[in-house]
Design a protein around this ligand. Structure first.
Ligand code: SAM
Length: 288
């Protein structure tokens, strides 16, 4: 990579004593910003989740810099040392294996501790699977709920699913490929088979796939397939008006049956219910 990349401003970066949170690709190694490459090249050290993953980016962009591993297992031990380094004026880049650090990845505690120690924190944004999936879905993308991975414990899982199925906002979930089929079955149970969803597989990669439809259709699609690759699930929010209309229809049908069973003619029962619900008599005839 030549040095004539368009860094028209922020040429002062990386400043000393700053923690840079750097977004990296979620699959396609071209999805990285010039600024991210500059920071990764010039900071004192890079704290990364798995050195083997980060080395792939470094080798593509010919970055030779010091890497230290910083993951779920060792973050508790390593955080105080990184904070000391930052306080002594070193600049550190934090990256995860893919996407934005701290989105279902390590980083939250380090960022919090850096802030509470008065250290400057700067985020260099990059791809995120959740946002890439929701934007690709065509569902409402301005108001959404991101749940990450659902908890494994049944009771916690159930209470979250009960809440999510009533949510009018779009929901985004992360899931491991070997659990996708059982998640889809669970979604069918709570959201109903007709709810629209989109499964994004291998986003930004060569074999990217977007499988959209109602839950039943998506279950059928995966039925005889081995699910491999990375998966993000996007669920359309509940359409309360449509739901209410369905409930009303069912209630009117029940009333109609009751009246006919009680001896009223179809015409008399329809006339009565049309007046009561302020709807056309023909609508009630059609329900019958
Ligand atoms: N920090 C990452 C981000 O910003 O999206 C997420 C890390 S989380 C440990 C990994 C999960 O993100 C995967 O199990 C999958 O659910 C989702 N994911 C990551 N890359 C993906 C991709 N290329 N396609 C679909 N989902 C992906």
């Amino acid at each position: 990579m030549n040095n004539k990349t368009p860094f028209s401003h922020k040429n002062y970066e990386p400043e000393k004593g700053v923690l840079f949170i750097v977004g990296t690709p979620i699959g396609n190694l071209n999805d990285i910003s010039f600024r991210a490459i500059k920071i990764l090249t010039e900071v004192t050290l890079i704290a990364c989740e798995d050195t083997r993953q980060t080395k792939k980016i470094m080798s593509k962009y010919e970055i030779t810099n010091k890497l230290i591993s910083f993951n779920k297992v060792n973050s508790f031990k390593k955080t105080p040392k990184l904070i000391d380094n930052l306080l002594s004026g070193k600049s550190i880049a934090l990256v995860s294996d893919a996407g934005m650090p701290s989105i279902c990845d390590p980083g939250e505690e380090l960022i919090r501790d850096a802030r509470s120690n008065g250290i400057n924190v700067t985020c260099i944004p990059g791809p995120c699977a959740a946002l890439t999936a929701i934007v690709s879905s065509g569902f409402n993308s301005s108001r959404f709920t991101f749940e990450g991975f659902l908890p494994r414990k049944n009771s916690m899982r159930e209470s979250i699913l009960l809440e999510l199925c009533k949510n009018e906002k779009t929901t985004i979930l992360y899931e491991a490929p070997h659990r996708l089929k059982s998640l889809l079955k669970e979604l069918k149970k709570y959201f109903g088979s007709g709810r629209e969803i989109q499964v994004s597989r291998e986003l930004t990669k060569k074999f990217e796939e977007q499988i959209g439809g109602n839950i039943e259709e998506v279950i059928n699609y995966f039925e005889n397939k081995d699910v491999i690759g990375e998966i993000t699930v996007v669920i359309k929010g509940l359409n309360k008006r449509k739901e209410k209309k369905e409930i009303n229809k069912n209630a009117i049908k029940n009333d109609l049956n009751d009246l006919i069973n009680a001896g009223l003619s179809l015409s008399a029962a329809s006339k009565y219910l049309a007046k009561k619900n302020n709807i056309k008599k023909s609508f009630i005839y059609n329900l019958y």
